[in-house]
Design a protein around this ligand. Structure first.
Ligand code: LLP
Length: 434
């Protein structure tokens, strides 16, 4: 595991998260349980803002809330002065329920509905990032009807191939996202938007992918974007005020990943900020307002999922299955991306690993795995199994598959734990059934 002040082994040999003993959390809140370490979330956010201010002095970190969206995370993010990126009417609604300042919200999506655009405009969302020609027409019409001039960015594809799982690469040449700079489409849509009376184009957005460790990709992306800003300035006499470089910073999941600290995360921001400053000066551009949209790195390592161990099935000489009371309905990432996770027995943190287990969920399919071949102490029914780095894209991607409950979420800080998402009930499962 990637230990830190708020994630360690206590004197009982138990896992301790945010000052709370994991075994006590399980006694009080049951399993499966998503646990979030609030101090870690805050530390990452503060480090991002501090570095951005120090190195660039003109910009905003907007939390990509697709990573983990519920009312409390918008409250926390807002209290720390960050903005938020939302990608649906649902995320916008959730943020608004908490009084989140909508001028600090960026609305994304490659196929937003008319209704979502109407809601975004009428909510006075700060920026809408457009991603198609017909969206430009639609948004212009909606803004006109609302008697507003909507600030927009255009999502462009800088054609940078980041080394990550191909499902989460987003800026390759065949991507469904954005307008390619290289093909000339980006320039076309910039010209097109300039003809629209109720849209104010303030800059461009790119997001080169997710779970990126190769920092050089960002250096290339900043160079590509600023070269394009220069090209647009020279050919169309348009100077952009904003540059949104997206998110995507890689986090620690398992042995194969570098153990990241808060300051390692902040280094991504520092690199992008200093590269942008250097490029802007070199290319003679006005200094654009820099927006960054990290999601995973803010909440990912803050999250730990706790389960109860069920049966162990030994297939002699082949595999030992350890069944847990969760599975792909609350963490679909192994099934989707062959994602790797670190697993520990939270009540036996000091015991040596003696047996290799494949951690299987309770859903009706063989692909319902959380982690393969992990070395653990001998596991008995009722042991508490902890899976690390589950704070991003677990709760937000959970479903009621097999009519299982989406687990509740508990936020822990200074040893105090509280629900931020309550447990579901059977009534919740049939609420919309006719
Ligand atoms: N901005 C945009 C426009 C994005 O599309 C994304 C992520 C982000 C920011 C935040 O990226 P992050 O910092 O979280 O890497 N479900 C996948 C991840 C999909 C990410 C999609 N876009 C997973 O579980 O790995």
């Amino acid at each position: 595991m990637n230990e830190r002040n708020t994630l360690k082994i206590n004197n009982f040999g138990h896992l301790e998260i945010g000052g709370a003993d994991a075994i006590e959390l399980v006694k009080n809140f049951g399993t499966p349980l998503y646990v979030m370490d609030q101090a870690h979330i805050e530390n990452v956010c503060l480090a991002y803002s501090e570095v951005l201010n120090k190195e660039y002095g003109y910009g905003m970190v907007a939390y990509a809330s697709k990573a983990f969206s519920c009312k409390e995370i918008y409250r926390i993010i807002n209290s720390l002065g960050l903005g938020a990126d939302v990608v649906s009417g649902g995320e916008l609604y959730t943020a608004k329920c908490t009084g989140f300042p909508t001028e600090k919200i960026i609305f994304h999506g490659n196929n937003k509905s008319e209704q979502e655009l109407i809601e975004a405009v009428s909510s006075n969302v700060g920026i809408i990032v457009v991603d198609s020609f017909d969206e430009v027409d639609l948004l212009d019409k909606i803004s006109k009807n609302a008697n507003k001039i909507q600030t927009i960015l255009i999502r462009v594809n800088p054609g940078i191939e980041a080394h990550t799982h191909h499902y989460i690469q987003t800026a390759k040449i065949d991507s469904k996202f954005g307008f390619s700079i290289d093909s000339g489409e980006a320039e076309e849509i910039i010209k097109y938007v300039s003809t629209k009376s109720n849209l104010k184009l303030k800059g461009l957005h790119c997001h080169i992918g997710s779970q990126i460790f190769e920092k050089q990709s960002y250096v290339l992306a900043v160079d590509k974007m600023t070269s394009f800003y220069k090209h647009i300035k020279e050919t169309l006499c348009i100077e952009f005020d904003i540059l949104n470089m997206g998110g995507g910073f890689g986090i620690w999941y398992s042995d194969g990943d570098a153990k990241t600290t808060v300051s390692d995360y902040a280094d991504y921001v520092k690199l992008i900020a200093t590269e942008l400053k250097r490029n802007v000066e070199k290319k003679g551009l006005i200094k654009p307002y820099l927006i960054l949209e990290p999601g995973r790195s803010i909440v990912g390592e803050a999250g730990i999922t706790l389960y109860s161990a069920g049966n162990v099935k030994e297939i002699k000489g082949i595999k030992n299955y350890l069944a847990i009371n969760g599975g792909m309905f609350e963490n679909p990432r192994f099934a989707l991306y062959q994602a790797k996770y670190t697993v520990k027995v939270a009540n036996k943190m000091m015991d040596k690993g003696v047996k290799t287990y494949t951690i299987a969920g309770k859903c009706c399919e063989s692909g319902d795995i959380i982690a393969e071949d992990v070395l653990l102490p001998s596991v008995e029914r009722g042991d508490v199994i902890a899976v690390f780095s589950t704070g991003a894209y677990n709760y937000s991607m959970a479903s009621n598959y097999n009519r299982n409950f989406i687990p509740p979420v508990v936020m822990v800080k200074d040893g105090v734990a509280r629900y931020v998402v309550k447990p579901q009930t059977y009534e919740d499962l049939v609420r919309n059934d006719i």
